[in-house]
Ligand binder design. Structure first.
Ligand code: FGO
Length: 400
């Protein structure tokens, strides 16, 4: 079988119009699923135009390259973008509104659609949107007679109990803004207070203290290099709170019975999971023929069938609400009933702020603070207070 990338190359050589799609998938099921959609689209659209997905590295490499392309004037027709990336690109007036262009809009998850509206206009198509879920080692829970925890306290208690019995921490986490968001949001935290970004709220300190204390108390293990699924085998894995888009990677790497569940929250409802993954955007300063192909592609990939295929292959949330009625997704749910977790968790989800500076804040400021505190280089309060100062300097234009 020919590699999808080579098929696309051949398809685009013959096409009168080539619309590039810059993305941040390095490989694995997400990249394969995206390329498969492009192959299908290009086949249908033969003789008219083709879409060529181009990996730019990871998500942050992608936004760096897009910013460079603003200056160089070599923007693609389409790209993936987080909500905060959209806010940033809008400062450069670089995006085409999608209002009136999306065939499936009425069927798309309104929660995700709402997140890509800026000043009442639609600037993105939610495409590969993920939500955090609870991953767990079913064998380990059975061994210790522990049920899947439903509440935050129950979660900590379960992690403690198994960790004590195993003699090592079984809740694995990456000390980053994503993992932290789960604890932060479920302890009642929010980042925006009357339009001001606050990263050192009492809830923020409490969330970070919980992780730091978890490490000290021996139930939480920081994974400082690679994804969690890349570290299986290096100890006893029990739980993680991670993106649903990791599902294919986790399944492939796990030598144990992998379970997934909605996040521990309260007695009344599941915990809130951070929404990650990206939207597709169309750039303004690009040939109209390419833009026309881009719009056709957006309509293709947001259809129920394409979304059913894409979600089943990856663990991303199907953004078209009709995707669940598609035979592909019905069959997938029969074979793997766990997938329902992803759909259910999408009802309990939360976003980080969609402000232009957020990417810088989440990695270079807040992310740094979280890592420092978890590694014991500062107390949670010290680390977050310092981060708050940096956020204020950044937003007031001092360090931009
Ligand atoms: C990733 C990043 C952002 C922003 C969140 C932002 C930028 C986070 C987090 C930093 O599509 P998602 O849900 O999941 C990714 C998907 C495709 O690569 O598969 C996941 N993956 C990949 C390989 C693997 O071995 N295991 C695995 O789980 C991968 O995480 O996006 C989640 C992880 C991070 O990239 O370290 O979104 N994120 N908000 N990145 N640039 N800007 O505002």
């Amino acid at each position: 079988q020919q590699k999808a990338e080579d098929v696309i190359k051949a398809q685009c050589e013959k096409a009168p119009v080539v619309a590039e799609l810059w993305h941040g998938f390095r490989g694995g099921a997400p990249r394969a699923a995206l390329e498969n959609l492009a192959v299908e689209f290009n086949k249908m659209n033969a003789g008219q135009g083709c879409v060529r997905p181009i990996s730019q590295g990871g998500y942050r490499d992608l936004s760096t390259k897009i910013k460079a392309a603003f200056a160089a004037g070599n923007l693609p027709a389409m790209a993936q973008a987080f909500e905060n990336n959209i806010a940033l690109y809008l400062e450069a007036d670089a995006l085409l509104p999608l209002d009136g262009k999306l065939e499936h809009l009425a069927d798309l998850n309104p929660f995700f659609v709402n997140a890509v509206k800026f000043d009442g206009k639609l600037y993105g198509l939610p495409f590969n949107k993920s939500v955090q879920i609870l991953y767990f080692n079913r064998d380990l829970l059975s061994k210790h007679g522990i049920e899947v925890p439903g509440t935050l306290d129950g979660f900590i208690a379960a992690a403690k109990k198994i960790s004590e019995a195993e003699g090592e921490p079984v809740y694995w986490f990456r000390p980053d803004t994503s993992t932290y968001a789960y604890w932060f949001f479920n302890m009642g935290g929010r980042y925006l207070h009357d339009g001001k970004v606050v990263v050192n709220s009492p809830e923020g300190v409490k969330a970070l203290e919980t992780l730091v204390q978890g490490v000290k108390d021996g139930w939480a293990k920081p994974i400082t290099s690679g994804y969690i699924n890349q570290n299986f085998g290096k100890g006893v894995y029990g739980f993680s709170t991670d993106s649903s888009a990791g599902y294919s990677y986790y399944l492939r790497a796990a030598k144990f019975d992998l379970g997934i569940a909605t996040l521990p929250g309260t007695a009344e409802h599941p915990g809130y999971g951070l929404v990650q993954g990206t939207n597709l955007i169309v750039f303004k300063d690009v040939d109209a023929k390419q833009q026309a192909v881009a719009f056709q592609f957006l309509n293709f990939v947001s259809g129920p069938k394409a979304q059913a295929l894409f979600a089943a292959a990856t663990g991303y949330v199907p953004i078209n609400l009709k995707a669940v009625d598609e035979p592909v997704l019905q069959d997938h749910l029969m074979e793997n009933p766990d997938f329902q977790v992803v759909i259910d968790q999408a009802n309990y989800a939360a976003f980080e702020p969609a402000i232009p500076e957020w990417e810088q804040i989440r990695f270079d400021i807040l992310g740094q603070a979280i890592t420092e505190a978890v590694l014991g280089k500062a107390t949670p309060k010290e680390a977050l207070d310092k981060a708050q100062k940096q956020v204020e300097d950044l937003l007031s234009g001092k360090i931009r």
